[in-house]
Design a protein around this ligand. Structure first.
Ligand code: FPP
Length: 225
C-alpha cells in the first residue's frame, strides 16, 4: 500500500459526539483528546512520517470561554502526560501557530517539550494551536519582507511553519463537513482530501486505514498530465 509521508487531520465532531450522548461539549473534547494518542500511535506504526493535527484554530477563541478553557486545559494535560511516550518513541514534537496568545504556563510546557524532542527524527508530531492558514501565509510574507527577500512561491514555502516537514500528501477531515477551515492553505495546494462522516472521538484505527486505502487509489498529478 502507498503510505502518505505527511498526513494532516482536521479533528472535527467532538461537540456533536458529546451532545448526542446528552453531555456537554467539553466531554467530547476530552474524548477527542484521548483519541489523539490512539491515532498518532497507529499512524506512525503504519509508516506515516509526519502527522499534523489541527487542535485549535485562530478562530476557536470565539467559542464560549468555558469551552476555550477546557481545550486549553486538555492541551496542557496532553503536553504534560505524553512527553515521556513521545521521547521514548523518538518523535519530534512541534507546535505550529501563534503561541504568544497562550498562557505563559502552557507556552513554557510546549517550548520545553519541543526542546527535549528536537533531535528525534523517526517521526514528527506537529500540533496546530492558535493556527490559521491565512495567518501563516501573512507570517511567512512578513518574514520575507523583514529580510528584504523577494516574495516568490518558493520563498514563501520556505518560511511556513511546516517548511522542514514538507507538504501534506493527505488531509483527512472527520465529522462529516467538507471544507478545509483555514488549515494548511498554502502547503495543502496539492494534498489529497479525504472526508469521513465519523466524528473524531469515534475515528479509530480502522477508519484511519480506510483513509490510507483510499489514498492508495489516488493518481497524483500535481497539475501535470
Ligand atoms: C472540532 O470539534 C474540534 C476542535 C475544535 C478541537 C480539537 C481538539 C481536540 C481533539 C482535543 C485536544 C487536542 C490535543 C492535541 C490534545 P467541534 O467542537 O467543532 O465539534 P462539532 O463540529 O461537533 O461542534
Amino acid at each position: 500500500m502507498k503510505i502518505p509521508s505527511h498526513v494532516g487531520i482536521i479533528m472535527d465532531g467532538n461537540g456533536r459526539w458529546a451532545v448526542s450522548r446528552g453531555k456537554k461539549r467539553s466531554y467530547g473534547h476530552k474524548a477527542g483528546s484521548d483519541n489523539v494518542d490512539r491515532i498518532t500511535t497507529h499512524a506512525f506504526n503504519r509508516g506515516v512520517k509526519v502527522l499534523t493535527l489541527y487542535a485549535f484554530s485562530s478562530e476557536n477563541w470565539e467559542r464560549p470561554k468555558e469551552e476555550v478553557d477546557e481545550l486549553m486545559r486538555l492541551l496542557k494535560v496532553y503536553f504534560t502526560k505524553y512527553i515521556k511516550k513521545i521521547l521514548k518513541n523518538k518523535i519530534k514534537l512541534f507546535v505550529m501557530g501563534d503561541l504568544t496568545k497562550l498562557s505563559p504556563e502552557l507556552q513554557e510546557i510546549i517550548y520545553k517539550d519541543m526542546e527535549q524532542s528536537k533531535n528525534n527524527d523517526e517521526h514528527v508530531l506537529n500540533i496546530a494551536i492558535n493556527y490559521g492558514g491565512r495567518q501563516e501565509i501573512c507570517y511567512a510574507v512578513n518574514k520575507l519582507l523583514s529580510k528584504n527577500e523577494e516574495i516568490t512561491v518558493d520563498n514563501i514555502s520556505k518560511e511556513l511553519y511546516t517548511a522542514p516537514f514538507g507538504e501534506p500528501d493527505l488531509i483527512i477531515r472527520t465529522g462529516g463537513e467538507k471544507r478545509i477551515s483555514n488549515f494548511m492553505l498554502y502547503q495543502g495546494a496539492y494534498s489529497e482530501l479525504y472526508f469521513s462522516d465519523v466524528l473524531w472521538p469515534d475515528f479509530n484505527e480502522e477508519e484511519f486505514d480506510k483513509a490510507l486505502e483510499d489514498f492508495s487509489t489516488r493518481k497524483r498529478r500535481f497539475g501535470r498530465l
